[in-house]
Ligand binder design. Structure first.
Ligand code: GP9
Ligand code: MN
Length: 428
């Protein structure tokens, strides 16, 4: 209802962080690549197996002086997995406590998503690329609601049984065959490429295996570094294609991991991978970190330690692109100096630079130790943080479940007309 909308707007007004003038508008007019690294966790960065780097190319990218890298960036997905990540990345709205918001509301709701904003206000052409069928996670409908001009899915790619593994096209073939479409997009464009090979159960054909598996003895875990290594090579090849196509230097390249690859059910394997005797719930919360990197020629890079998550990506990118932001978004620019660094997990747990709360247990984020006897002041602070988390999650749910964006259209934005979009492969 419209009174719900009022509470949302009041909350956002109070919580909006300032922009950072050092970065605001620095990427104005650049092409944008969003590269979705499937199931890719932050611990893989600089990780080695028997002395060999698992992701040498991503490591180089991570440490590049023109890459802004974040080392306290968390995935915030729930059951909607990839689709929750996409919902947060492109709308700055949380996924739902259960199920997938993209599946349940992607067709019917009004959205003000990144593709629609950039095409309407900055003249961008927008395209999504993915080597699986169009209907997975209801992408074919949700992407229309989000205003994607193009969606290149499996039918747009050459089919051959050896090209596929797991859910679809192998990443190297996917990137290679995406270039011919990318080259034809009018610039500036916003292009999202969703990889696939580094997905559970982490199987890979023999000729693509070029690093040893880990040896935890947990068969669902040990292949993970192998498919991650393959994804790393695929990414490097893609960078080469972009350079050849003349698209590297005039683009902002954004990388992110969507969610964990190794679930909390594998405690003993996780402990072995991290070189620990055992892992606590605090360690497992830390294990939810995923990469977030922004690379652009001329960008002042470095490793940024701010605490944030997937909900914060869109406001960050819009500020870098210098786009006026009056939209209903629950995240905050990661480059802002005054942002709230409490990161909500979808179940109401949270991490922050000071306190981490898992269930009813509170940890000191610096030491990882349980805080046994909290002072009254500590209790008060933690309570405020919990309140913040609970409020943002429930208000975001109200926006999606009540389709509240249909009542709110910022100046300069027109409601997306889904009937204008079609992603069918022409058969003529
Ligand atoms: C399928 C892919 C996988 O198209 O994006 O989604 P996930 O299982 O990771 O949620
Ligand atoms: Mn995924």
């Amino acid at each position: 209802s419209s009174s719900d909308l009022k509470s949302v707007l009041a909350y956002l007004k109070k919580n909006k962080a300032d922009t950072n003038i050092k970065y605001y508008g620095k990427a104005k007019g650049k092409n944008v690549f969003i590269i979705h690294l499937e199931s890719f966790q932050q611990f893989l960065i600089d990780y080695k197996v028997k002395g060999k780097a698992v992701t040498p190319n991503l490591n180089k990218f991570y440490h590049n002086k023109s890459t802004l890298s974040f080392d306290n960036f968390y995935n915030q997905v729930a059951q909607g997995k990839t689709s929750d990540a996409e919902m947060m990345l492109e709308n700055s709205l949380f996924g739902l406590p259960t199920g997938s918001a993209m599946t349940q509301y992607g067709t019917s709701n009004t959205f003000q998503a990144a593709p629609a904003i950039l095409s309407q206000t900055e003249g961008y052409t927008t395209a999504a690329f993915h080597g699986d069928v169009a209907s997975f996670w209801n992408r074919d409908n949700a992407y229309k609601s989000w205003g994607y001009n193009y969606f290149f899915y499996s039918s747009y790619y050459k089919e051959k049984s050896s090209y596929n593994i797991g859910y679809g096209l192998k990443d190297k073939i996917f990137f290679k065959d995406s270039v011919k479409y990318l080259e034809q997009l009018p610039q500036p464009f916003y292009a999202k490429l969703i990889t696939l090979t580094n997905h559970y159960p982490y199987t890979l054909d023999k000729q693509n295996q070029s690093i040893d598996k880990t040896t935890t003895g947990d068969s669902t875990v040990d292949g993970y570094v192998q498919t991650a290594h393959y994804l790393d090579q695929a990414f490097a090849e893609f960078v080469t294609y972009l350079k050849k196509a003349g698209l590297y230097n005039n683009s902002m390249i954004v990388l992110y991991g969507d969610h964990y690859g190794i679930s909390n059910n594998h405690r003993s394997a996780i402990a072995q991978l991290l070189g620990k005797k055992s892992v606590t719930n605090f360690d497992l919360a830390q294990f939810q970190k995923v990469p977030f990197m922004i690379h652009m020629k001329g960008l002042k890079g470095g490793i940024n330690h701010t605490y944030g998550g997937e909900i914060d990506v869109l406001p960050t990118l819009l500020d870098l692109l210098g786009v006026k932001n009056d939209y209903i978004q629950f995240g905050n620019d990661l480059l802002s100096k005054d942002r709230n660094q409490t990161v909500a997990f979808r179940n109401g747990n949270f991490v922050s630079p000071t306190y981490t709360k898992i269930g009813s247990t509170v940890y000191n984020s610096k030491t990882g130790k349980v805080i046994e006897n909290m002072t009254a002041a500590q209790k008060k602070t933690v309570k405020q943080m919990q309140n913040h988390v609970t409020t943002e999650l429930s208000l975001s749910d109200r926006v999606i479940e009540g389709d509240l964006l249909r009542f709110y259209t910022p100046k300069g934005f027109k409601k997306v007309d889904k009937s204008k979009y079609s992603y069918k492969v022409s058969t003529s």
